[in-house]
Design a protein around this ligand. Sequence first.
Ligand code: ASP
Length: 402
Amino acid sequence: MTDFKYVINGSVDKFATDPPGVGHVSQINTEIAGWVLLIHALTKILAVGKRIIHNLKNIIQMKVLNGLLMLVAMIGVFACNQPTVKEKTTIEKKPEWVIVIHGGAGNINPERIGPDKEKDYIDKLKEALEAGGRILDNGGSSIDAVEAAINILEDCPLFNAGKGAVFSAGGVNELDASIMDGLTLNAGAVAGVTRIKNPVSAARKVMEASPHVILVREGAEEFAKGQGLEMVDPEYFYTEERWNSLQRIKERERQQKEDDSKKSGTVGAVALDRQGNLAAATSTGGMTNKKWGRVGDSPIIGAGTYADNNTCAVSATGHGEYFIRNVVAYDISARMKYSGESVDQAAGDIINNKLKSINADGGVIALDKNGNIAMPFNTTGMFRGYLVAGQKPVIAIFAKEN
Ligand code: ASP
C-alpha cells in the first residue's frame, strides 16, 4: 500500500509542473500534451492498480491456503500425540536390540570404592554388557544374552553373586538366582544353593528341563549336577573381603548396633532381542549374616525378576523382604499393562516413592518392549549399564551420574 500511494502522488506532481522532453510549446499543444500525459498517467495508474489487485488476490489465496494447511497439520499432531501422552521416554526408533545390567544398589560412594576398584567395576560391567551384546547382535536370544552377561558377573569376586557371594550367619555362601522368558512367561529359579558355580544357569535349567519353577538347596544341586552344570566345592565361594564383612557385622550385632547387611552387589540383566523378545535374570548371595535359610527376592518371580513381552523385563536389587512384600518386578509390569504407565513412570514411582516411603533400599533395571530403559534407585549408588545396538556401552555407578 505504501508503494501504491507513492507512485500516484509522485507521477501527478511531476507531470503537472515539469513534463520531461516537452520544453517551449503553444497553449493548445500544451493542453493536448497535458491530456496525453494525463491519459498516459491514468493508464499507468490503472495498470498498477490491476497488478496490485492481482497480487492482493494471490496473497489472500496463499494466506487462506497456508491457514488451511496449518489447521490440518495441527489436527494431525494433536491426534498423533493422544495415545502417547504418558510415554515420557518414548524413543524415536525402536533399537534392534538392547541389554541392561546391574551389579547391585547400596551405600556406594567414590571414597568407599576408590579409583582403582571403580575402574575394575566399570571394566567388568563393560565386559558383561559386551558379552550379552555380541549374542544379541548375532541374532541370539535375550535369554542367552542375560545368562551370558550374568555368568561373567558371577565369576567375578567384586559382585555379590557366584564367586563374590556374601556369607550367611553360618559362614556359608548360599546363592539364589532366577530367570524369566518374556515370550512364554516360563521361569526358573534356585535358592540356597552352595555348590553350583553359576546359579543363573541352574535357574535356566529349572525353567527349561524341569516341570517346576523353584528348586532349593540340595535338591536343586542334585538337579543341576544331573543337567551337567559345573559344580564346585563350597570353599570356591570364599573371599576374604566378604568373610571380613561377616565378622564386622557379627561384632556390631554383638554390640547391638544396626548392621550393614544390606550389602550391595547382587547382579541382574534384562534384554530385548532382534525378535522382540524380552528376558530378565537376577543372581545373588543374598544379605550378609542372613539366618535360618533366609531367601530374598532375587529367586522370587514377580519380586526380584519378571519379564513379559507385552510390557517389560525387570531385575531388582535391594532389601529383598520389601521387594517380596511389594511384588516389585511384577508391579512395574502390571502398572504398564493396566494403567498405561511408561516403564520410566512405573519403575520410578515404585522405587522413589512407594519403597522410599517405607525405608526400603534398592533399585531396578527395567526395559520395555520398545527398548526404553529405566534404572531408578533410592540408594547412593547402583552399579549399572546398558548397551544399545550400534552404540557404545554406557556405565554408571553413583547417583550423580544419572
Ligand atoms: N535383593 C537381594 C536380597 O535381598 C540383595 C541385594 O540385592 O542386594 O537377597
